[in-house]
Design a binder for this molecule. Structure first.
Ligand SMILES: Cc1ncc(COP(=O)(O)O)c(C=O)c1O
Length: 407
């Protein structure tokens, strides 16, 4: 199945729903007027029957695309279950155990996992585990980082002023997120740690909301080195990059380092804080939440997602398709207002000359049936489902070429 746009956008059904939404809910981060109805493979169908080729995977949350038969089977399995959601840190369930076992197969050795509701909460709990060990010291995070919008995680976020204005912060020290090994600030973490005690170092490996900037090898290696030297836990936030989008389970695997604590969510279907056993809080009840580890269907889907990525060799596919996609985009760099392309695997950022150009391209893409998202100040992010094939990439590239040329 390929994309097909039958109505003007938004279509009549979508317009009605959006107008009602606007009357009753806060207009948050909606990018374009897409009202979803269903999905098949890499196609999202809207409520007016328009079909869009999806290069977003719902910001990385749907790595298998839509209607994967094994996932539909799980949904059927639960259709008669009257207890689909439980207080998952208060009552045990098999799904919780299965997901914990399954994620252990792809985590660093000696790690345990704590399941929670969202990516921001996965970060919250990561920093709480570090604070519990280190005390209430400042945390170190990167400029332009995004770690979520709850107040703790938000302190360490700094990708956009709109996310921060008037919200209080806990103590934080910020370092530059270096994308070049020869960046003059690449050693600055050590200077900070010499002068200040810190509770943790927190970073993404590829800045997601910040614009799909890829950390330099030396930068991540330095974070590990200085964390070890000064006895500070290293937290890596894999909420967006985790579970295969870069062609490896975790983006940090491209850097030959391991974190002490990490956060995951999105593709896993629920939030997860994973940590080296040596950092496990010694008392019960230090961290918990009613719904954490309690969304039984989501946990079953998360565990199956890991299985399918293995069975269908989707890490290899992400690497291969990522190369094809990146080299096709490279051909338009320097033309039509596109200045750069970067990324690893199927996490690819395109840099535009201006924010206006970026917004125009995104809008043109949408109107022509291809979904991509903005990130950073003037970047486009591409994070398609891991199941994407060459034909769909070619289809997307031809829409992208056209969208960049159209004013
Ligand atoms: C790296 C990273 N951390 C944390 C979050 C927050 O996740 P959530 O939106 O599930 O709270 C995001 C969301 O985009 C993210 O990209």
């Amino acid at each position: 199945m390929s994309h097909s746009i039958k109505t003007s956008l938004p279509g009549p059904n979508a317009s009605k729903i959006i107008n009602t939404m606007k009357a009753h809910t806060y207009d948050s981060t909606f990018v374009y007027p897409l009202v979803v109805k269903d999905g098949y493979g890499c196609i999202i169908e809207d409520v007016d029957g328009n079909k869009f080729l999806d290069f977003t995977s719902n910001v990385g949350s749907c790595p298998l695309g839509y209607s994967h038969p094994d996932i539909l089977q799980i949904l059927k399995q639960y259709s008669n279950c009257g207890m689909h959601k439980i207080a998952g840190q208060d009552f045990y369930s098999e799904e919780h155990v299965f997901l914990a076992q399954k994620i252990s197969t792809i985590l660093p050795e000696n790690f345990k996992t704590f399941f929670i509701n969202s990516g921001a909460e996965a970060v919250e709990n990561a920093i709480k585990i570090a604070y519990r060990k280190m005390g209430p010291l400042p945390g170190i995070s990167c400029k332009n980082a995004f770690h979520g919008r709850t107040l703790g995680a938000l302190t360490f976020t700094s990708s956009k002023p709109v996310q921060k204005f008037n919200f209080p912060e806990i103590p934080v020290l910020r370092i530059k997120f270096c994308t070049e090994d020869n960046d003059p600030e690449i050693e600055s973490t050590e200077k900070l740690l010499k002068e200040n005690k810190a509770a943790f170092i927190l970073s993404e490996v590829i800045q997601g909301e910040g614009g799909y900037s890829v950390a330099s090898k030396q930068f991540i290696k330095n974070l590990r080195k200085f964390a070890d030297k000064y006895g500070v836990p290293l937290i890596l936030d894999e909420v967006q990059s985790g579970l295969g989008h870069t062609g490896k389970w975790w983006a940090f695997e491209h850097y030959d380092v391991k974190p002490d604590i990490m956060s995951a969510a999105k593709a896993l279907q629920i939030g997860a804080t994973a940590f080296d056993k040596k950092l496990e809080p010694t008392e019960k009840g230090v961290i918990s939440s009613t719904w954490g580890g309690g969304a039984r269907i989501d946990m079953a889907v998360g565990a199956k997602t890991i299985d399918i990525i293995k069975q269908e060799r989707l890490l290899e596919n992400a690497t291969k398709m990522g190369q094809i996609l990146k080299s096709a985009i490279t051909e338009i760099v320097g033309k039509d207002g596109i200045t750069d392309v970067r990324g690893i695997g199927l996490m690819i950022g395109i840099e535009c000359e201006t924010k206006e150009k970026r917004d125009t391209v995104l809008n043109n893409l949408f109107k022509n049936g291809l979904l991509m998202l903005g990130a950073g100040q003037k970047s486009i992010r591409i994070i398609p489902p891991l199941i994407i094939n060459e034909e769909q990439i070619n289809e997307g590239i031809s829409i992208l070429h056209q969208a960049c040329r159209t004013q």
